[in-house]
Design a protein around this ligand. Structure first.
Ligand SMILES: Cc1ncc(COP(=O)(O)O)c(C=O)c1O
Length: 457
């Protein structure tokens, strides 16, 4: 598959050895430690990065779930270059551009049900905040402006804006921000049973008890369901470490939302565009949300682009205003909403996904990754769980006493030094390679991870 990419880009290794690293404050990174052990990419092609010190590193995490088609895809690069020469940028307010209309139509066609109306933004965080704002505006437009409560889930991740952070449930992401978190937000319990379902291999765990009873019997009565605007969940909790919902969970969540007139938002920033072998988590679980948030893989990571796809009834309710025709219906949008170059990248990415049937390929390679992870890592020192579904898997480790996350971080560093990029998420090590991954890459990724786990026993 690498053969279809453009010639290897090795970047400018010599120059970067002497780079000044004093001025970039790195995101979600221990900056002080990074300076001691710099990890700098200067090129990428197919499954591999090249580093400032001339090494090759296998991208075991699709560069944070973005690069489904692998790096340096000629088809996407050419589309971006051609778009720059045609319409480089146009303001997004009061006018439109052809690429954005085309990309929206292509995304809507891929979505299940009547998820038909796309609001573009630039990232998953903006998608989260956009979807929450749509929920409030929609209810208000229908005369139910009292619906202002949002419900997320413990250990959910919806980015770093104030809205997404508030409905998110990863404690470290919230703890410094106190009363800046949105009021009237509650969280459902987490969806992991570390005793009965520590090991999940390509299946949906069947829970004896009903994890949504708490929502029905405690959370909704507490706020009164008539006050709840929306419930937001990731179909699979990705950033926390690939935690898979119990069988029937999302269908039941849909039923509960329908019963009470609550909007259901799926955050598919990770599960969208093929990770589960089908277009969306919504397809995988057979549940159509009212809004579907996306980002990352839509452009293969090449240009930032995110969005919220809304069902027809949401758009229709917002358009059913009696305000004069010149009035804006929804006071929201970003300067770069529907950027023509990002949308051209999205169209080329969708073409590539379709031409090479890359969603199906992710579905085929998923069990290969899952089998490899379970057979190589189960029983290793400190391994307390392994979960795989679709083309992703996580190995959970017992935390080092008094230093949560350190064991996984040390293993991440060790793997990197040995030419493999894995993701440390708390005490999980996650693998989610590009859909073009071959068996030998999986052997290298999993083999390196397993050896490293042993070394850190
Ligand atoms: C489910 C989910 N939502 C939102 C986001 C935030 O996306 P971004 O970093 O593009 O703002 C992420 C990022 O990993 C994510 O996994």
């Amino acid at each position: 598959m690498d053969a279809t990419t453009t010639p290897q880009s090795t970047g400018n290794a010599a120059a970067t050895l002497h780079m000044n690293m004093e001025h970039q404050w790195l995101p979600f990174t221990p900056n002080r430690h990074f300076k001691q052990v710099p990890r700098v990419f200067v090129g990428a092609n197919g499954m591999h990065f090249s580093t400032h010190d001339g090494r090759q590193v296998v991208d075991g995490i699709s560069s944070l779930w973005c690069v489904g088609a692998g790096h340096n895809r000629r088809e996407i690069n050419e589309a971006v270059k051609a778009q720059l020469d045609t319409l480089d940028y146009a303001t997004a307010f009061q006018v439109g551009n052809d690429q954005a209309f085309e990309a929206a139509a292509r995304i809507a066609a891929l979505c299940p049900g009547d998820l038909n109306k796309v609001l573009f933004c630039n990232s998953g965080s903006e998608a989260a905040d956009t979807s929450l704002k749509v929920a409030l505006a929609y209810h208000r437009a229908r005369g139910e402006g009292h619906r202002t409560v949002f419900i997320g889930r413990e250990r959910g991740y919806h980015g770093v804006g104030f809205g997404g952070m508030s409905v998110g449930g990863i404690p470290a992401n919230r703890k410094a921000f106190g009363t800046a978190l949105l009021p009237r937000v509650d969280h459902m319990r987490f969806i992991h049973d570390p005793v009965k379902h520590a090991y999940i291999q390509g299946t949906e765990p069947v829970w004896a008890d009903d994890p949504l009873l708490e929502l029905e019997q405690r959370i909704l009565p507490l706020h009164d369901p008539s006050n709840v605007a929306a419930i937001i969940v990731e179909p699979i909790a990705g950033s926390a470490g690939w935690y898979i919902p119990p069988q029937g969970y999302l269908k039941r969540l849909r039923e509960i939302c329908d019963k009470h007139g609550i909007l259901l938002i799926f955050d598919e920033v990770i599960t969208g565009f093929g990770r589960l072998g089908v277009p969306f988590g919504a397809d995988f679980y057979g549940v159509v949300p009212d809004m579907l948030n996306f980002a990352k893989a839509i452009t293969n990571g090449v240009i930032p682009l995110g969005g919220v796809v809304c069902r027809d009834h949401i758009y229709d309710a917002m358009m059913a205003t009696t305000a004069p025709a010149h009035t804006i219906e929804f006071f929201h949008g970003y300067t770069y909403s529907g950027h023509p170059v990002a949308c051209a990248a999205a169209i080329a990415t969708l073409d590539l996904f379709a031409r090479d049937q890359l969603f199906a390929r992710a579905g085929q390679m998923g069990p290969v990754l899952g089998d490899a992870l379970h057979s190589a890592c189960k029983g290793l020192p400190n391994v307390v769980g392994i979960r795989s579904l679709g083309l992703a898997g996580a190995v959970e480790l017992a935390p080092l006493p008094g230093a949560p996350g350190k064991r996984a971080y040390d293993i991440f560093l060790d793997c990197f030094a040995r030419g493999v990029l894995v993701r440390a998420a708390g005490d999980n090590l996650v693998l989610c390679p590009p859909y073009i991954v071959e068996r030998e890459h999986i052997d290298q990724l999993v083999g390196t991870l397993a050896e490293s786990i042993k070394r850190h026993a």
